[in-house]
Design a protein around this ligand. Structure first.
Ligand SMILES: [Zn+2]
Ligand SMILES: [Zn+2]
Length: 243
């Protein structure tokens, strides 16, 4: 199903397959990603080493084998081709709502702050409206190319296998949820964000980006829009419905 709320195009899908990649830990100071390093022979996670530690290993002052299983041939070879950086992957099937971000918002200088705040504000609305826990609905930003232009979509997904049904309610009541979040943010006394509105223990790494002022206009726009849901075209599918 999809709907158009003003300039916003929003899709809902049931039992959609979502693949999440974890490319590693982001250093909050440098923004650099520290990848996961894994030995493909023995399956062990190889911890990051400092330059000094690597030098010591090469010189034989320090054991390079500690992270591998005892039988692994890479234990004695610090340049082993089996030791590689990998992305971790999780695949899940559940409900998803995709919100296409209007291109003029993507082009803003403060888009990064806007999009993090927007996602958190929608989750706040969901929590206030349906009393759901902070991690039941998660989200990410998808980037794709359309007519040579970079487009962004905010994807909200259900972390429960099979879905909890909250995202369907979210899709059907988005103006109300946006209104709920907007009122909460307007009545909150903080200047940008605090623990009673957008900050949570789980989103600590983005606390610096959250600023409720950035999204109030868009929340208001969604809050005032009129719901007009279009069912998807019937699809020739034999399995579970993908709409
Ligand atoms: Zn190994
Ligand atoms: Zn606040």
């Amino acid at each position: 199903m999809h709907q158009q709320l003003g300039r916003w195009k929003i899709h809902y899908s049931h039992l959609r397959e979502i693949t999440i990649f974890n490319r590693g830990k982001v250093d909050p100071h440098t923004g650099k990603v520290e990848s996961f390093t894994v030995c493909l022979e023995c399956g062990s996670w190889i911890r990051q080493r400092s330059v000094q530690e690597e030098d010591e290993e090469r010189a034989g002052y320090r054991s390079s084998s500690a992270d591998h299983l005892y039988s692994c041939s890479a234990r004695s070879d610090i340049e082993s081709p089996h030791v590689q950086m990998v992305d971790l992957k999780v695949q899940l099937q559940g409900d998803a709502v995709e919100i296409e971000v209007p291109p003029e918002i993507v082009a803003r200088n403060n888009f990064e702050g806007w999009v993090e705040t927007f996602q958190q504000a929608l989750k706040l609305g969901l929590q206030l409206e349906f009393y759901i826990g902070p991690r039941e609905i998660e989200s990410f930003v998808e980037t794709f190319q359309e007519d040579g232009r970079e487009r962004k979509t905010v994807v909200l997904y259900d972390t429960m296998p099979g879905g909890t049904g909250y995202l369907r309610k979210f899709f059907e009541n988005l103006p109300q949820i946006a209104m709920r979040a907007l009122h909460h943010l307007q009545n909150d006394t903080c200047a940008t964000a605090c623990y009673s509105c957008l900050k949570e223990f789980w989103n600590q790494h983005m606390h610096g980006l959250l600023n409720k002022q950035l999204v109030s206009h868009e929340l208001e726009e969604l809050a005032l829009a009129k719901v007009n849901i279009t069912p998807s075209e019937p699809q020739l599918l034999t399995g579970p419905s993908a709409t």
